[in-house]
Each structure stands twice: as C-alpha cells, then as structure tokens.
Design a protein around this ligand. Sequence first.
Ligand code: IPM
Ligand code: MG
Length: 369
Amino acid sequence: MPVNKKLLLLPGDGIGPEIVNEVRKIISWMDKRRSVTFDITEGLIGGAAIDATGGPLPDKTLEAAHASDAVLMGAAGGPKWETLPFEVQPERGLLGIRKELGLFANLRPAIVFDALADASTLKLDVVKGLDIMIVRELTGGIYFGEPRGVEDIGDGNRRGFNTLTYTTPEIQRIGRVAMDLAAKRDKRVCSIDKANVLETTVMWREEMTKIGKDYPDIDLSHMYVDNAAMQLVRNPKQFDVIVTTNMFGDILSDCAAMLTGSLGMLPSASLGAPDENGRQAALYEPVHGTAPDIAGQGIANPLAQILSYSMLLRYSFDMFEDADFIDQAVQNVLGQGLRTGDIMGEGSAKISTSEMGDAIINELDKQAA
Ligand code: IPM
Ligand code: MG
C-alpha cells in the first residue's frame, strides 16, 4: 500500500543542488514502484536563502520543516557570503534549523566500502571493513553556550569568549541514543571527553557512567579527545560507537570521514526526541560541505547525498528494504569501478555527477527486476 510522506528538500548552495537532483531521480524511481509516494516541498537555506530573502533561515523554511516528516538537505555556505556579518552567514541557517527542530542527535557513520578501501590515505589493513558510528551531540555545548561574544577591554585590545555547557538531561539523552545504537551493533560505546581539563566534560563522563549502568550488555569506555584523534588514525577498527560533544564530534567526524577515502561518501542523520505520537523531527545531510571550487561543473560525488536519503528511509520511515536497495546499489556501482573524481583509483572509470545518479538507478532497476 502506498504511503504518503511529506519530505522537505533544502538543496542549499554550491554542489548542494546538483547532488540533491540525483536523489530526485531515486525518489521518482520509488514513486513509480509505488512502494511510497512523497509529497515534496522545496525550501531555501543558507546562501540561496540570503540572496532571495536576506536571511539564511527564512520563517517559511522553518514552517515547512516543522510540517514535514523529514528534511533532506544538501549543504550551505560559500565564499560569496563569507564577508557578511557573522549573524547572517549561511552557517547560521544550518545551526538554526538544527536548534529549532531540536535535532540533538547527529549520527555520522563512517563505513569503508570494500571497493574504496584503497582510496584511503591509510594502509588497507587499517581501514578495510571499517564500520564506526559517531554520535555527536548537536544542539548544545560550546556551539550554543552563553555567554558568547567578543568585547573591548581597552587599549585597543579585545576579549573573545564562548561557553562549554551541558546539563544532565542533555547528556543523558545523547548517551541513551548511543547506547541504543550500540545494542544493535557490536555493543561497544566509547565516550570521548576532555575530563582531565574541562569540568563540563568531567560531568559528561560521570553522567555517561551512570547511563552505562542501565545497559549492562554494553561495554562502555572513556577516552580523552586528543587520544581519540590519535587512535582514530592509528587503529580505527577498535571503535564501534563513539559518543561525544558537539565540538569534539565535529572534529572527529571529519577525521573519521577521511578514513573512508573521501568526505564525498559520508551521510548523516540528525534526529530530535520522539513526541508522544512517536513523531520525530529529522534532517539528513552529507557530512561534506558545499565544495564551491567544483560547484556547477557536474563532477561532484552525489553518493553522500544518496546515502543520506537511504538513512532517511531507514530512520524516519522504517523503509529498510528500500534503504538496503540503495546501499546495495552504491556498493555495486563502486564495485563496477565507476567513480567521481574525488574517489578515483587505478583502473576505475571517471563519471559525472548525473552519470553516477543514473548508474544507481540502473542498479536499482536490476535489483527490483
Ligand atoms: C558540520 C559542519 C557544520 C558544523 C558547520 C558548517 C556549521 O562543519 O556539519 O560538521 O560545524 O556543525
Ligand atoms: Mg564539520
């Protein structure tokens, strides 16, 4: 029976519109199979919104996001808007929508596809088969803490300040997300902090330890962030689920992304707390940015965007079969040696953004046949 879901697309800036277009192909492919029909709205965010409305997150976009079952975003930002005042830069749009929708749980899986294991800058045996999940707290910490700002302190000098703050409930809810995910994986959670220096993260560690007691089957460990950065490149396969603060998660997830060969491969899901009807705000976006240097050339890798859509099907709509179809299609296409420029390897064939999208559709056809 066809289900009708409300989906908001926010292509954003740079390569965002090009890679979201490839997802549109998959959406209409699924429409034809009638496994699902989507009611699609498109909105503005980031630089595109600034150009059209003067601000990076128009009210209309927020309203549409609240009214949707899920949001699929491209990326926001670019050199064109970098000189604008801080408060209206494209990144405020992204941070704003995360905050307004209460998307506190950011899931960033780092998976090494077999066909791409040699694209990593690390040795093959270090990364082959890698499958880790970074759970990044997304609406708190130093990103949002008050007070913040820059003030004059006289004699032509200034003082800049940001605040790292977490409350018990904020830590508990992200901790539980990590534990629940680990329960369906290898049952290991590593909580990352800087408890040797920052009081807030001493408390983070204490709260995580308390939560751990509710999950006797999960092996919970703790690590300082500097060590974690080192361990991620030394022996990444020691990790299963990583849970950490907003800022540490931002940094470590870029690092984890590169283990997989390209930032162009990594999807993400940002989830809110389910309400009493089980409805849960959710936004899906690639981990990479807008790549202004290659925007508009039709050469960007759409796979992180496509995999973000597969996460959307999985996490927001429980459409596991369709999500598996897409993930398998990605594997098959890579297995055939088809590559966009960012993941080129010896003996592989270089294809464009839209050819990559078409290749995925082709694989979906084969699987559905
Ligand atoms: C990310 C990005 C964003 C962040 C920027 C663009 C605001 O780096 O999603 O990791 O820091 O969260
Ligand atoms: Mg980042």
